[in-house]
Design a protein around this ligand. Structure first.
Ligand code: CO
Length: 208
């Protein structure tokens, strides 16, 4: 790829925006008020905004390998804190995807060096759902299901934070678990009952 082309693309994009709205960049510079916090995978094929038709300013975004919400990851914790407490987003979306390399790596017995502690979070998601996963004989189907249960566990991790617990109670913040299917482009809602999960973990994780 010619890196200079990216600057050409940028010039074209600026011209397009200004053609549609001469005030576009003045509005963009005036501040942000996104309603959505999107937590997704770093995978190059899963662009946060494009697949769900969002424009600049509409989603606060955090992406990492396998869309993990780890309580000692200062980056994701800062993002959640800022988006929920200060930007006051209305929805938190954790979006995984099938064919996720991070999830696949966590299903294999191999020493992956620096990736080990990161991918251990997915192995933990596997352990917590081991009976269901091991009952699936077909390895591809099991892989798909691990992608889904990983999203569920990361939604639960979102619910363990004090800011989210407060925002759910005080202003009706909602938490959603989705999976993007690269094979047909569809975004699937896992219909995670976050209220039920919050209630279930409250006994141990309640912070509000
Ligand atoms: Co991925």
């Amino acid at each position: 790829m010619n890196i200079e082309q990216l600057f050409e693309n940028n010039k074209q994009w600026i011209a397009e925006q200004l053609k549609n709205d001469s005030e576009y960049f003045n509005k963009l510079a005036s501040g942000q008020a996104p309603k959505i916090l999107y937590i997704g995978c770093s995978d190059s094929r899963v662009t946060a905004e494009e697949i769900i038709g969002l424009k600049p300013g509409e989603a606060f975004v955090h992406r990492n390998v396998a869309n993990l919400v780890n309580n000692v990851d200062l980056s994701v914790m800062s993002v959640i804190n800022y988006a929920v407490e200060h930007l006051k987003v209305e929805h938190v979306i954790v979006c995984g995807h099938y064919n996720c390399g991070g999830v696949k790596a966590a299903m294999q017995s191999a020493d992956l060096g620096i990736l080990n502690p990161w991918l251990r979070n997915i192995r933990d998601a596997y352990r917590l759902n081991k009976e269901e996963l091991n009952a699936i004989e077909d390895i591809d189907q099991r892989y798909d299901r691990l992608v889904e249960v990983n999203v569920k566990e990361q939604c639960i991790n979102v619910l363990k934070t004090a800011v989210v617990q407060r925002a759910v109670k005080d202003r009706g913040l909602t938490v959603h678990g989705w999976v993007f299917d690269l094979r047909n482009g569809e975004v699937k809602d896992l219909n995670i009952d976050f209220q039920k999960h919050l209630e279930a973990i409250r006994e141990i994780y309640r912070l509000d």
